[in-house]
Design a protein around this ligand. Structure first.
Ligand SMILES: Nc1ncnc2c1ncn2[C@@H]1O[C@H](COP(=O)(O)OP(=O)(O)O)[C@@H](O)[C@H]1O
Ligand SMILES: Nc1ccn([C@@H]2O[C@H](COP(=O)(O)OP(=O)(O)O)[C@@H](O)[C@H]2O)c(=O)n1
Ligand SMILES: [Mg+2]
Length: 242
């Protein structure tokens, strides 16, 4: 669905744009050279993308619940943190910068993270995306919106759903210290910094989506299954509509 045709330009946004434009039948209005290059070659998209942002502090259970959402509702799971860690492991040009930023509990520049997410979306055959741990800042949010507006000017730039896993700090710290995945940021010193960043930079994004009426707040305390029972009806409602 979001596949790239092998012989086309390697530009990520070009095929995404071309497919979207084709599906929306707005091809002629998109007059960039890239779009013209791909005209008539790419199969049209079959479905409108459904985008869910998954937000919450470190250790609030985002990744754990994303696995359940994938199992139950068939989304593609894109974890911003996992994509950044994969960049570090692949020793890419940005790897050292990303590692230092994560160790410090700070936020990687949006252009880096958005590019990784964009690439994964484009390569996916799915049209339902769970974007986990993103946007973590207003800068993240605006960068992604800019990409969406380029890709799909006719559909709008807002996510369909924003989940917020609301968890007390004490519980988040306990979970992160027990996570045992060998992460460089799962130590008390970095967690404290991450909680400060969450309060200062991520909560404004959560408030933004609350004001937009997009936010679904989940009380992220209890067993994993209990928490999923709060999540399930949100997506079930969209399944019925869709
Ligand atoms: N409801 C829960 N109760 C207790 N521990 C949990 C719960 N949900 C997740 N965990 C554990 O807490 C840790 C952090 O969860 P994770 O899903 O990685 O959170 P996040 O992605 O928000 O940082 C993991 O070790 C996970 O197994
Ligand atoms: N949008 C994002 C997401 C993660 N990150 C970095 O990656 C780290 C780990 O993110 P994560 O989502 O895997 O962390 P958890 O909330 O799952 O514990 C963050 O603390 C940031 O340093 C980022 O810079 N920008
Ligand atoms: Mg996570």
């Amino acid at each position: 669905m979001w596949r790239r045709v092998a012989s086309l330009s390697s530009s990520i946004s070009s095929s995404f744009l071309a497919q979207t434009a084709s599906r929306l039948n707005t091809w002629e209005s998109l007059t960039t050279g890239i779009a013209q290059q791909a005209k008539g070659v790419i199969a049209p998209k079959e479905k409108t993308p459904f985008i869910t942002f998954v937000l919450g502090g470190p250790g609030s259970g985002k990744g754990t619940q994303c696995i359940k959402i994938v199992e139950t509702f068939g989304f593609a799971h894109l974890s911003a943190g996992d994509l950044l860690r994969r960049e570090i492991a692949s020793k890419s040009a940005d790897g050292a910068m990303i590692l230092n930023t994560i160790k410090e509990g700070k936020i990687v520049p949006s252009q880096v993270t958005v590019k990784l997410i964009q690439k994964e979306m484009e390569l996916s055959d799915n049209h339902k995306f769970l974007i986990d741990g993103f946007p973590r800042t207003e800068e993240n949010r605006v960068s992604f919106e800019q990409i969406l507006s380029e890709w799909q000017s006719q559909i709008g730039v807002e996510p369909n759903v924003v989940l917020f896993f609301d968890c007390p700090e004490e519980e988040m710290v306990k979970r992160v210290l027990n996570r045992n995945e060998g992460r460089v940021d799962d130590n008390l010193e970095t967690i404290k910094k991450r909680l400060t960043v969450f309060q200062a930079l991520s909560l404004p994004v959560i408030n933004y989506y609350s004001e937009k009426g997009k936010l679904y707040t989940i009380k992220a305390i209890g067993t994993e299954d209990e928490i999923f029972e709060q999540v399930r009806p949100i997506f079930a409602a969209f399944e019925t509509v869709g």
